[in-house]
Design a protein around this ligand. Structure first.
Ligand SMILES: [Zn+2]
Length: 408
């Protein structure tokens, strides 16, 4: 099938006016001008989208699909620990079926917003098969936490079992996720990193709140109370007295390719540490807005050349799983960044972070035919197209997933 549109935005190459994409068996076979592709494939069936642009399927490298049924059920008040308590209480009210429904709801919302690839944090890996069946790509990060020493061995055993049961498919990969420095013991972090080796991507929440900084500096504050109240405080834990990023470096777990999610609370030294470790920075503007936070380090992170991508986080701390919203919020918060760079943060940078850039994240030959068709106002030109995509909350008129047209 030859898909034609007024504009094609390949992301890793210049936009094309009067462009076309040849799709066969779910993959992109050719990208170019309509004139060139008609000449090369004169007998190919054609689908035209007038006054529209085709952009790649969006990549959301950090979400928790299993929390999707918490949408609208939690209010952003109190401390971050109050929020975690609400999430745990509500989550405990539903079983496996509830989890499944929650994942399905999250996937539906992703597709409705043109997201075809996710980095999904999952406590049991259930979402892997559901994502596969739905045709999405991504990494399912098996989440582990435990602050007490006696939790390490059972957590690693559980992880090994989940890895064994994980479906084999090139588009859905298993990753590992030690939850966060305030919830995961040093030994558990280290064993997870060891288990991941070079085989599995790793994601962790890092430097999200001031409370996390306080906890690592002094072993006090809301997280100390939270761990004690839940009866999981570890008396043998030694207060690091340093920042979250420095702490992970000291543990030897800040490794090349790790997805470090949030990074709201980093020092200039931390930024250098993160860049030297070649982590993938993932920031969540919608979640920050929901909590009333702001990440004031994005430009400094970018200046180091670190791979930075945008993500939604979960529906427990965001009003929607919408990467157009994340692009819009990022552009509003950081007007110095070009819209072209913002689009990369919602596509190819996320794909790179997940180790899936050879499969998606741009419109290029050999990649998955995940195409988002958006309608354009008449006055759109090649020059203002990136601005329009980032600023104007464009309407999706068609989603093509692995070459199949879906109604959204
Ligand atoms: Zn998260």
């Amino acid at each position: 099938m030859l898909y034609r549109a007024a504009y094609i935005l390949p992301v890793t190459k210049s936009p094309i006016s009067n462009g076309a994409i040849l799709v066969r068996e779910g993959l992109i076979v050719d990208v170019g001008t309509q004139a060139a592709l008609h000449l090369r494939y004169p007998d190919e069936k054609v689908t035209s989208f007038d006054r529209a642009a085709i952009i790649p399927g969006l990549v959301n490298p950090h979400t928790h699909l299993e929390l999707s049924n918490l949408a609208g059920k939690i209010v952003p008040k109190g401390t971050f620990c109050d929020w975690i308590t609400q999430v745990i209480q509500l989550r405990n009210q539903w079983g496996a079926l509830g989890n499944r429904r929650s994942v399905l709801r999250g996937i539906k919302e992703c597709l409705a917003h043109g997201i075809t690839c996710v980095g999904d944090i999952s406590h049991d890996g259930l979402s892997a098969k559901i994502l596969l069946n739905a045709g999405l790509a991504g990494v399912v990060f098996l989440e582990v936490l435990g602050f007490q020493e006696n939790q390490v061995t059972p957590a690693i055993l559980k992880l090994k079992k989940l890895l064994e049961a994980f479906p084999e498919h090139p588009d859905i990969l298993p990753g590992l996720s030690p939850h966060a420095p305030y919830s995961t013991s040093p030994a558990l972090y280290q064993q997870i990193i060891q288990l991941a080796g070079t085989k599995h991507p790793v994601a962790t929440h890092l430097a999200e709140t001031q409370a996390e900084v306080e906890f690592l500096e002094s072993a006090g504050g809301p997280f100390r109370n939270f761990l004690e109240q839940r009866g999981v405080w570890e008396a043998k834990w030694r207060t690091p007295g340093i920042s979250p990023a420095a702490y992970l470096k000291q543990l030897g777990v800040l490794q090349d390719g790790m997805l470090a999610v949030h990074l709201n609370q980093v020092t200039p030294e931390d930024i250098q540490t993160l860049a030297q470790a070649k982590v993938n920075a993932v920031i969540c503007p919608g979640s920050n807005k929901w909590f009333g936070r702001h990440n004031s380090h994005v430009l400094d992170l970018l200046a180091t050349g670190v791979n930075l991508s945008l993500a939604t986080d979960s529906l427990a701390s965001n009003k929607s799983l919408d990467m157009f919203q994340e692009m819009r919020l990022a552009q509003q918060a950081y007007p110095q960044i070009s819209p072209e760079a913002i689009i990369q943060m919602a596509t190819i940078n996320g794909a790179r972070a997940l180790g899936l850039e050879h499969r998606l994240g741009s419109l290029a030959v050999g990649k998955r035919a995940d195409l988002v068709v958006i309608s354009l106002p008449e006055e759109t030109s090649l020059d203002n197209l990136p601005h329009y995509i980032v600023d104007a909350n464009p309407q999706i008129i068609k989603l093509i997933l692995l070459g199949r047209q879906l109604s959204v």
